[in-house]
Design a protein. Structure first.
Length: 184
């Protein structure tokens, strides 16, 4: 490769490097290689990576819906503050996740799971202090599940992009869990 660089201009050397090592690039994609990849090329994504993206997306959607429900139903200033924070943070995390899924050509579900919707309906059926306690317990469970989901992705996932999402979201989720537990 060094000899090739000496014989061809710099721009052609980059093209030559890309054509000589496509397998290496497919194994460890980066945003830089994706930007120069041919049209229709997508890095390989494992079943674990796809499952993480889908489940994390559903989790974000469920947290945003729960936050909106708390803003509607709760009169507790602290619960409403946590709800607003969840909406903002999970919206940001999900925007990044959706972009990664788009680049990796992973189709995402359009709503939280049936179980997540059922659990939220059960909480919303309560009122006052009972709503607040049930909502906080639901958030504690959901955030514990999200942390386990991210840990599984870090252990078993293959895509560096997806693993970075799991790693970067963990501190935010831990902070949410701490806020919820403090309020319980």
């Amino acid at each position: 490769m060094r000899a090739a660089r000496k014989l061809v201009p710099a721009g052609a050397a980059a093209v030559l490097a890309f054509t000589l090592a496509p397998a290496a690039q497919a194994q460890s994609p980066t945003p830089e290689t994706a930007a120069v990849a041919p049209a229709g090329w997508a890095p390989r994504v494992s079943a674990q990576d796809r499952e993480y993206l889908r489940q994390a997306h559903r989790g974000h959607l469920a947290e945003i819906a729960a936050g909106r429900a708390a803003l509607r139903e709760s009169r507790d200033r602290d619960v409403r503050g946590i709800a607003a924070r969840l909406i903002r943070d999970h919206g940001r995390l999900d925007a990044r996740l959706r972009e990664a899924a788009r680049r990796l050509d992973v189709r995402l579900p359009g709503s939280p799971s049936v179980e997540q919707r059922r659990e939220l309906r059960a909480v919303v059926a309560r009122s006052g202090h009972r709503f607040d306690r049930a909502w906080l317990r639901l958030q504690a469970e959901a955030h514990q599940d999200a942390l386990r989901l991210g840990e599984r992705e870090l252990r078993r996932g293959h895509s560096r992009w997806v693993k970075d999402l799991a790693r970067d979201s963990a501190p935010v989720i831990r902070h949410h869990l701490h806020m919820v537990r403090t309020e319980l």
